[in-house]
Structures are given as C-alpha cells and as structure tokens.
Write a protein that binds this ligand. Sequence first.
Ligand code: PRX
Length: 632
Amino acid sequence: MTSCKEFHRRSIEDRDGFWTEQAALVDWHKPFSKVLDYSRPPFAKWFVGGETNLCHNAVDRHLAARGDQKAIVYISTEVDREISYTYRELHAEVNRLAAIMLGMGVKRGDRVIIYMPMIPEAAFAMLACARIGAIHSVVFGGFAAASLAARIDDAKPSLMITSDAGMRAGKIVPYKHLVDESIRLAKHPPSKVLLVDRKLDPGMTRVEGRDADYATLRAQHMNAQVPVTWMESSEPSYILYTSGTTGHPKGVQRDVGGYTVALAASMKHIYCGAPGETMFTTSDIGWVVGHSYIIYGPLLAGMTSILYEGTPIRPDAGIWWKIVADHKVSVMFSAPTAIRVLKKQDPAFLKKYDLSALRHLFLAGEPLDEPTHSWITEALGRPVIDHYWQTETGWPILSSMPGIEATPVKFGSPSFPAYGYDLRLLRESDASDAADGEKGVVAIVPPLPPGCMTTVWGDDARFVKTYFSTFSSKQVYSTFDWGIRDKDGYYFILGRTDDVINVAGHRLGTREIEEAVSAHPNVAEVAVVGVADNLKGQLPIAFVVLKDVSRTATPELRAQAEKDVMATVDKQLGAIGRPGRVHFVTALPKTRSGKMLRRSIQALAEGRDPGDLTTIEDPTALEQIKSVLAAK
Ligand code: PRX
C-alpha cells in the first residue's frame, strides 16, 4: 500500500504521470494532448485538447452497467415525500430538461441561474446545463432579491430556473416571488424563466411571455434525446459566487475536464465511495459542497446520492441516522454546526439505528472543535474525518486519505495536504516557510491542481489580484486562512486572515453585511464583525451609527431600530446574513487614516484584549463599543 506521503510526493514531482493516471478514471471523447498548460501563470489549463462532458461521465457512462441502480434518492421531511431515480430515469429527466432548455434558446456557453430548493429538478437542471454546455450558476435559496440581482448582473444569464417555493422547518419559503423581484432590480435580466411549480405557494404569480411551466414543457419532451455536447477540457462548466472582503461576491469559475477528474479521484482516494454504494451529503446545492458531493462526485463514482430536503431535527433528531440505516449509507458528509446541533439532542437517537454500512463521516466548512469531534467519533464508532477546503478549490485541500492509507485522526486537525496541492505555511512578514508549531498563512504554490477555480468569471485581473498578490516576493495562492503544523505533520486551521466570517458553515463577507445594513435609510455608518458562537461557530454583530440618533433615545426605540436594521439585512442579503445583535454608537473606532479597527472591535466583542490602539483617532469610540457590549 502506498503511503499518503508518497502519494502526495508523486503528485507534485511527477505531476503529468500522476494526473494522467487519475484522468483514466473518466471517459474522454477525445484524448488530451497535454496534461498541463502553465504558459500563463497563475492560470492553469488542465488536460489540454481533451474533450469530455460532466453529464456524460455522471450519468450516461453508467447506463450500461448500472442503469437500474438508484442514482438519486430525494427525501423530503418537509413535504413528506421520497422519490428515487435510477440512472436510466435520471438520464431521461436530464434529456427532457436539456431539450426544454434548447427549445427556450439556451446555447453552449450561455449562463443559466438556478435558484431552487432541494428538489430533484434542481439536480436535473445542473446536469442538463452540463449536457448542453451551458454554464450553470446555482444561487443558494437563502439569498434575498438584491443579492440575486447582483449575481444576475454579473452572470448575465439567458435563463433562470426556479420553483414557486421551498419549505424550511414546515414553513413556506417563497422563491419565485424573489426571482420576480430580482429581475425587476437587475440591469441584465434573463428573457426567460422556467418554473417548477410545486404548488406550495398559492400566492405565486406568473409573468406572461417570460415564465414557462416546466411540467407542461416536460410533457412535450417525454422521449427527448439530446446528444452530449463535447467540451474542450478548459471550457467553463459552472460559476459559483462566493464571498470575499468586498461587498461584491466573486464568480468562481470552474472548468470541465479538470473538475471531472478531480472529483472522480477524490471519490476514490478520499471519500472511498464505491460504485453501487450510497453517499449522503447534508449540504445544499447552493454551496460548493452540494455541487461537488451531492451532485457531481457521487454520480461520477456511480453511487446513489441522497438529496435531502429538511432539517437535522425534524421530525426528530434521529432523521439523518434513519436515512443512513434505511439506505445503507457508506459515505456521509456534513458540517460541524449540524453535529453541534445534534450533540444537544438525546444521544438515544444515535443508538436507535443500524449504522453498520457507514464507513466514514466527513466534516468540513468551518473549524471542527475538539469536543464535537471526539463526541461524534465516540457516538458513531467510526472515523470522523475533518477536512478543509474552499469554494475556490472545489475539493479537499487538507484531508486524511483513507483510500490511500488509514492514518490516525487527530481531533481538531484536518490532517495533511491532499495530493496535488503544493501546500505551504508562510510567514506573513516575508513569505518564508513557517516552522513546525509556528502560525503561518496557508498558501498553495501554483499551478492549482485540477478542479480548482480557473479564474474569476469575467475578471482575470481580479483572480490574480485577489488570490495571488498577498506576498510581493512570491506568486502563491492565498487561502486567507491561518494555519499551524505540528511535529507529526498534522495541520490545524486557526481562522481567516481577512474579513470573511463563517456562520453555521455559511461563508459571508462582513463587507457584504455592512452594505446590506447601509441600505437602511437612517444608517450613516456601520461595522460588522464575526464573534465566536458556541453553536454556529461565528455570529455577525453590527455596530451602527445612525443619522438621526433621536431614533434610539429610549430602550423601546432602540429595540425597534435594531429590528428594522435586521429586517433590512433580511431583505437585502437574506436571513443568513442577519446580525445576531445590532448595537448603536455615535462613532466607530478608526485609525487616523480612516481605516476601521475591525479586529479591535471583534476582540472586544469576544472579551479579548483589543491590541495596539496607538493609531486610534477617537479613543471614546472604543469606550462606546465597550459600554454597549457591557449593557446587554
Ligand atoms: O476558513 C475556511 C473554512 O471555510 C472557508 C471556505 O468556505 P467555503 O468557501 O464555503 O467552502 C467550504 C468547503 C468545505 C475556508 O477558507 N473552512 C472550511 N473547512 C474547514 C474550515 N475551517 C476549519 N476547518 C475546516 N475543516
């Protein structure tokens, strides 16, 4: 058996040989002529000249050997339904939707925004885009109309696919209504909307001439056969918007060939998912984890994937374990916040079901604290693998690789660099290598491996400036995370170097939340910081300077003003960005050059020392922060 170290070493030292072997895990319509074109650093083109297709590899390729095996099992505890689709049925549905899209004028390279709840049609839509070479951009259903409009204007889609509504914890969450509003706000709205009507929202309205009904069109395309569009490996497959330090999310662009190979390889070496087995990833299709490990990864591997619409605690806190038992799930992937939620429930739920098929539980998206890691490991009696990655990379950067070697897990650590990543911990001061036990910036020496983002959609310069310009002496990719390595080579992630926060595994930019707060007409200035939270990891807290301070003269007025600010965030950004608290002050702490002292505010909000304050312009601003925090 190869060791992880040796596997990793070879992936870096014999890059071409290593990735040629991995590329054999998938079908190529036309073989590639070159493994890597790195003639224009830091832009990497993988499997140059090769032609392939994600949908072909995820669906068509399996028809001969496993056409009657379940590909997707949709389980909804919200609408109380369970529906399975075999690979053959999935193929038919994807062909129907691909034909509908072609009929609506969608062409290769066009963008299609998918704004949908966790229903099978969302998966069909992604795969149908991949089939015809359209570029999908799935937007998480928790984002509000203004956020959706910003993404529309960046992607300029020719079509949006949506649904009347989703359901969360028994409550109807309107989608179509938000799509209508976002199209009204957008400068580059799509001319067509395809609507999957679940008949959940009786108040939903349609726009004549623009909105098409999915069920009606599906009935007209029952026998559709849409040939796969063979894509050059580097053509874009999808865009996924993610938060950074500005108020404007970046469109992470991914290729076709590199992503297909990277996911197929990760299913084998990291997740150990064999064809015919079942994978259950509890994320949402709106996040990168959903793209890679609800849809593409398990299907590329010929597995059955569970698409779950619901929460972890309804009808009771045993629901996920019931799914694992009923469907003999062998690979499960979730997030630390969900496990912390379950930890607060009766442990009997975990003992009630037969979990013998489960081999590993993978967790990612936010730091996994040691107590939660050890609790769930003990409760499951299985290795629980903390692994670390980003929307930008599309698959794990740091992980143990049980498909290569079963290395011991250390609680609180996502283990080692995954193959393909030439990972470094660099000193912030001069980009030199940090020693074992010394904190450094987690960086990757380019080229980034296959599957990682290839650029920022429509903005190559932003890709280089954002990710490769942290250090002036070296062009390396910055993850914007701090890390540390122990003497055994295990890494630990210590939090972000920038203003990105992580709320219940959801990545948000504090600037984005600040912009949403600023949409309130009475807000003059705002600072948002993320503070540690036992359950959600972090929670945004806002400090607001109002134009008209009389609006907060009494406790009742303050409470109302706080509610109003929260409602503004809900409307602008979505409830996922809603601050846990809104505090009112008359000045915010800044340096004399006008830079907001966010780190100091955050330190105070977490009860820590605010650090060096010699550059502060107005010391009373910090005193105000202290006093509003003390007053709660
Ligand atoms: O700060 C790191 C944190 O989440 C960020 C990436 O979030 P996102 O783009 O939403 O991708 C999630 C893909 C799983 C990282 O920069 N993060 C992710 N995984 C971990 C983590 N922090 C600590 N430990 C992890 N395992």
